[in-house]
Ligand binder design. Sequence first.
Ligand code: ATR
Length: 294
Amino acid sequence: MINGKTKVCGVIGNPVGHSMSPAIHNLFAEKTGADMVYVPFEVAEDQVAEAVKGAWALNLQGVNVTVPHKQNVMPYLVEIDEAAAAIGAVNTLVRTERGFKGYNTDAAGLGRAMAEAGISIKGEDCILIGAGGAAKAAAYLLAKEGAASIWALNRSLEKGKQLAEEINERFGKTMMQAKRLEDYGELPAGSYLAVQCTSVGMHPHTECAPIEDPAFYRQIHTGVDVIYTPMETRFMQLVKAAGGKAVNGLDMLLYQGIEAFERWYPDVKIDQETAGRARERMLEQLSARENGHE
Ligand code: ATR
């Protein structure tokens, strides 16, 4: 029941109509007893400063930030967390005494999703496909969690190289190198953990994968796709067909939300049952969308 003490959280983005965050966070509030409602806020590109200032003035408890504001929001924050600075994007605002502090929960969310799936990073030779926003979060996670090596494969070599340089500089050692996507055949023979961070294969282009060659997939023991529409991407199918294990990006999305909620409510831990219920809600929303009910 909304009352005089109820707090408000929300997500700013444009569009926000398909965001699954309201469903997830209102469930978390309900299950943990937090007196909070979470609502979508559509914010135009030239209104980001006003939105952050307004959210602060209205005493919003916490704010998520989604496309296209994840970078634009940064100048209006009083502090930026290390992971968010490294990734160069903010998706969660947390109140401090002076203003909002910006976090990026994508890397931590991916890390928790992988841990839940029994996928370890430490000492692994890794392949990162892509060099955009999602890839930056994944690269930061892999480096932070002690991957032995990271090969970035990207369509544009320059972007891959730049990401590798940033990571090597931040972590103080040469652990990441880049190659053109089509030069995957030049990677040292090995057994890799691969994280697919391009938009290739996403609905409606479900027949596509960034690389088709079965020989590439024979070198991958585990493939993580950050895509979750479809639930099983062609990349995942190719990994499985070559004998590897594959997971999609739904739990990354779920756990980035859990990480955000736990930052807004530091005394609260989302338990496995609630996480499972949130996953069901996400699946319900996705299937409603697929069936054209939304
Ligand atoms: P996101 O925030 O989802 O990561 P992004 O920052 O636009 O989105 O990054 C998209 C990634 O998918 C990039 O690595 C992009 O490659 P480029 O850096 O060369 O642009 C990659 N990508 C998108 N479409 C692609 C395609 N058709 N083939 C190969 N890579 C593609």
